[in-house]
Design a protein around this ligand. Structure first.
Ligand code: PMP
Length: 448
């Protein structure tokens, strides 16, 4: 006879329409029961290290008592308050974000990365209307990028397999990304990346600069196969945006708050200061939902002049929830107190850089790594770089899971082919945890 727990879980899985249904029609998914640090336990008592930090968000791991207390205390003192007015945790957090970004920014809060990007698109368009350029409405993003699941953010997302069934909103354009491993251009990685940057200028010229509102990019494309461009690419794109009065929106949803060994990923590219920075995930380490769209004060100023109908018509009931802001403040306090950024930089170089050795394996075409963000591009042969088949990649993921490690895959290297294995452990993982991640993936790949 089934225990009560087994019956209960079977019923809940059966009724749950989760994102994994397409892989798991029989409902054999892992159902998590509890977590501690970088590890979680499923309902059957199996223990796993979460090698992708949930959805690259559980940066400080499970069970941080100070974060839990911050949420509870905030809920006790002010359980909810809308940001059509204001509340202290939001004010403090906006100030902290501006400090961390290294320039004067104002922040609009929402609940997720998708909403943070939607908000950015609306701000960019309205900014141009209010500064005498009403024709600037187009948003440019890169192929392979992921910017969210809502209509605008999905339209900026340019991965064929995600887009094919959902038509794009008007005005979203996509340009070839910096991807030196398979570049259509000849030359060194830096040269091919700079040619990719040049395509941004070409597109602005062909479309007409008077029609282009903003360019959105992640510093390191994460969801499209962990692409790590030359920093000169980011610098060049920033220059092009400035030249044509195109706002540079930096999507730091994954790379923000330490994932790459800097507080924000764009900080790897010296001299770059985006007009708008969007963030979510690591902002609260996933403890509560929160999105943020930080805009340079010059942009904000255009919205605040009195006596004109120029305010930002955008309201979010739960955006900037007091408890979520309190959690974000505590999360940032811990990142600073525990020197998480230095830790990611140091352990990324000393421990996770060992993944590079996997390039000796015939099926590992390229290892890309920055901080705690790693992509292993899997191929059947190094000469033709044919993407490795799903079944073999499934063997790697399955083999790791059997040994207690969860990792993932993405890429869209060619439409519909997810041949990049992704690894992004919590930033607070112990050194033993990191050794376990490296050793497990290495031994599973060598057993192929
Ligand atoms: N931007 C990037 C780069 C992302 O990876 C994601 C989510 N994976 C989003 C935006 C959207 O965030 P959310 O799922 O919180 O809406």
């Amino acid at each position: 006879m089934k225990t009560e727990r087994e019956v209960g879980s079977a019923v809940s899985q059966d009724k749950l329409w989760n994102a994994m249904h397409r892989y798991d029609p029989k409902g054999k998914n892992t159902i998590a029961a509890s977590g501690e640090g970088s590890w979680f336990v499923d309902e059957k008592g199996n223990k796993y290290l979460d090698g992708v930090s949930g959805l690259w968000c559980l940066n400080l791991g499970h069970g941080r008592q100070e974060i839990i207390d911050a949420a509870a205390e905030q809920m006790k003192s002010l359980s909810y308050f809308p940001l059509t007015m204001s509340h202290q945790p939001a004010v403090k957090l906006a100030g902290k974000i501006s400090e961390l970004l290294g320039a004067d920014y104002q922040t609009f809060f929402s609940n997720s990365g998708s909403e943070a990007n939607e908000t950015a698109f609306k701000i960019a368009k309205q900014y141009h209307i209010q500064t005498g350029n009403p024709g600037k409405y187009k948003i440019i993003s890169r192929y392979r990028a992921y910017h969210g699941s809502t209509l605008g953010a999905l339209s900026a997302t340019a991965q064929a397999n995600r887009r094919v069934k959902y038509p794009s909103a008007p005005g979203f354009l996509h340009v070839y990304p910096p991807y030196s491993y398979r570049s259509i251009f000849n030359g060194s990685p830096e040269e091919t990346d700079l040619k990719a940057a040049q395509l941004v200028e070409e597109m602005i010229n062909w479309e007409g600069e008077e029609t282009v509102s903003a360019f959105i990019m992640e510093p390191f494309i994460s969801g499209g196969g962990v692409l790590i461009p030359s920093m000169k690419y980011i610098q060049r794109v920033a220059e092009i945006c400035k030249k044509y009065n195109v706002l540079l929106i930096m999507d730091e949803v994954v790379s923000g708050y330490g994932r790459t060994g800097k507080m924000f990923g764009f900080m790897h590219a010296e001299g770059v200061q985006p007009d708008i920075v969007t963030m979510a995930k690591g902002l609260t380490s996933g403890y509560l939902p929160l999105g943020a769209t930080a805009v340079k004060s010059e942009i904000y100023d255009v919205f605040k002049e009195q006596g004109k109908d120029n305010h930002f018509r955008h309201v979010s009931t739960y955006g900037g929830h007091p408890a979520a802001c309190a959690v974000a403040l505590k999360n940032i306090e811990i990142i600073e107190k525990e020197k998480i950024i230095d830790r990611v930089d140091r352990l990324g170089k000393s421990k996770l850089s060992k993944f590079k050795q996997l390039e000796e394996h015939e099926n590992v075409g390229k290892v890309r790594q920055v901080g705690f963000l790693i992509g292993l591009e899997m191929v059947t042969d190094k000469k033709f770089k044919t993407p490795l088949d799903d079944a073999t990649i499934g063997k790697v993921l399955g083999g790791c899971k059997k040994r207690g490690l969860i990792i993932g895959k993405n890429g869209d290297t060619v439409p519909g082919k997810n041949n990049v294995i992704i690894i992004a452990p919590p930033l607070s993982s112990t050194e033993e945890d990191l050794d376990f991640v490296v050793n497990t993936v290495t031994s599973v790949i060598h057993s192929l």
